[in-house]
Each structure stands twice: as structure tokens, then as C-alpha cells.
Design a protein around this ligand. Sequence first.
Ligand SMILES: CCCCCCCCCCCCCCC(=O)SCCNC(=O)CCNC(=O)[C@H](O)C(C)(C)COP(=O)(O)OP(=O)(O)OC[C@H]1O[C@@H](n2cnc3c(N)ncnc32)[C@H](O)[C@@H]1OP(=O)(O)O
Ligand SMILES: CCCCCCCC/C=C\CCCCCCCC(=O)OC[C@@H](O)COP(=O)(O)O
Length: 219
Amino acid sequence: MRSTRIIKNVVKTFKYLYGLRFEVKGLENFKVGSPCVIVSNHQSILDMMGLMEILPDRCVQIAKKELLYTGSVGLVMYLGGVIFINRKSTSNAKMVMADVAKTMLSENVMVWIYPEGTRNGNGDLLPFKKGAFHLAIQAQVPVIPVVYSSFSSFYDRKKNLFTSGKIRVEVLEPIETKGLTPEDVTELTNRCYSTMRETFFRLSGLVNEPNGPARTHLQ
Ligand SMILES: CCCCCCCCCCCCCCC(=O)SCCNC(=O)CCNC(=O)[C@H](O)C(C)(C)COP(=O)(O)OP(=O)(O)OC[C@H]1O[C@@H](n2cnc3c(N)ncnc32)[C@H](O)[C@@H]1OP(=O)(O)O
Ligand SMILES: CCCCCCCC/C=C\CCCCCCCC(=O)OC[C@@H](O)COP(=O)(O)O
């Protein structure tokens, strides 16, 4: 789509303005050649610059519906094919996701979801919401995790100030869901969470404290 190509190219130039460098690994993992669910961590609006570096063709994003009403940003998202969900209504969000499961197969598109469900710059990952993993199992498509390194060394979230810096982005290997059922959602969520958290610490050069808070998704 022409509008998405224009958005991508415009946003990509912002990195020169902001002095950000991106080091991307694993792009070949996007070449699954069929629909999939991409899950990534979400620290701030700066993610959007990283997103434009790697966003595959035929990929739509899931976002909270409030973003649709933010003027030009909402318009850009609308033109970029973003699917909006109501986070305040789980039943409504589930209905939208069930529709997405069907259309992603019929239209052959990838779906990008932020499973933390909100921005988080606390130097760790928040526990994951399960919508992305239900979606992958419903559609029987692989999950591809994407991890951005921590921005904390160059970004002051409270003051919204940053210095120049390097962001590492890694696209991990697809995790298959063929044959999995809704009973497997929690295990799949935990597996993706552990893999992404380990990768997050590694890419950020942070130590994962063994005595840190347990962040699992046990039912
Ligand atoms: C060049 C192109 C230009 C493009 C233009 C630019 C694009 C930029 C776009 C940028 C977008 C950035 C947007 C960032 C955001 O807005 S993040 C916020 C929005 N996203 C999300 O919230 C996604 C993550 N959230 C979820 O997946 C949630 O699970 C949700 C579906 C929303 C439901 O919320 P909640 O109730 O809080 O979640 P839980 O996970 O706790 O679930 C509760 C129980 O419901 C079960 N569940 C969840 N989903 C489903 C489902 N689909 N089907 C069936 N059941 C479901 C879940 O298992 C829980 O039950 P149990 O506890 O397991 O019994
Ligand atoms: C500081 C300047 C950085 C400039 C980067 C500009 C990039 C603009 C790129 C594309 C424009 C459209 C996409 C904008 C999407 C905004 C996404 C975002 O970060 O939403 C926050 C949402 O998750 C919040 O949920 P919470 O309020 O944390 O719950």
C-alpha cells in the first residue's frame, strides 16, 4: 500500500534527527511465507521508529482504541491499517480478535501485538496479556517474538528527554502452534515471555537477578 510506504519512509528519517542507531538481527525469521502473530515489548513511542526499520509488508498492528482519536497520529494509524481494540471490555476485544483470526488467514496478513498491553519502561517486561496467544492458537499460526533492548540508558521517560543511543532489535525464531488448543495458551504465553525476557536482558546488557520478582503466568 502506497500510504504505508510513505509513512514508513518518513518515520525512518526521524532517527537521524534524534541520533538513534538501530542494530537489527534475525530479519530472516519474518520469512515464514504465511500469516503469523508478531509479539514485541513496548517501552515508548520511540518503539515506532524501530518498528519502521523492520515492519514486514502485509502486517497490521493492534492498538488501543483511544489512539484513533488523537488527531494526526490517529489518522496515520488508520491509514496504516491499524486494528483498534477496546481494552476496557475483554469480551469486545475477544470478539475483534476472533474476527482477526479469520481475516488474517483469508487475507494472508501478519498481526503485530504488544502483549504487555501498555507502554513499560521499567527496565523489565510486564507480565503478558493472553490475547496474542489465543489469536495464534485460534488461527494455528506461528508466534514470532521481537525484542527491543532497554532504552533506559539514553531515555528519561519522566522528562521525555533522550540523548543519542543504539537500540538493538532482534527477531526471534517462530514458535509453532500447530495442534495446540486453548488449554495450551498459558504455557505458550509463559514460553514466549521467558524467551523474550532473557533476550531483553541480553540485548540490554542487564543482569537478570535470580531473586527478582517471579513473573510467570500460572493459572
Ligand atoms: C508503515 C505502516 C504504518 C503503520 C502505522 C503506524 C503503526 C503504529 C501502530 C502502533 C501501535 C501501538 C499500539 C500500542 C498499544 O496500543 S498497546 C495496547 C493495546 N494492545 C493490547 O492491549 C494487546 C494486548 N492485550 C491483550 O491481548 C488482552 O489479552 C486483551 C485481548 C485486550 C484482553 O484484555 P484483558 O482482559 O486485560 O487480558 P487478559 O489477558 O488478562 O485476559 C482475560 C481473560 O480472557 C482470556 N482471553 C484473552 N483474549 C482472549 C481471546 N482472544 N479469546 C479467548 N479468551 C481470551 C484470557 O485467557 C483470560 O482468561 P484466563 O485468565 O486465561 O482464564
Ligand atoms: C519523542 C519523539 C519520537 C518520535 C517518533 C514518532 C514516530 C511516529 C510514528 C508513527 C506515527 C503513528 C504511530 C503512533 C503510535 C503511538 C503508539 C504509542 O506509543 O501508543 C502508546 C500506547 O501504547 C499507549 O498505551 P498506554 O497509554 O501506555 O497504556
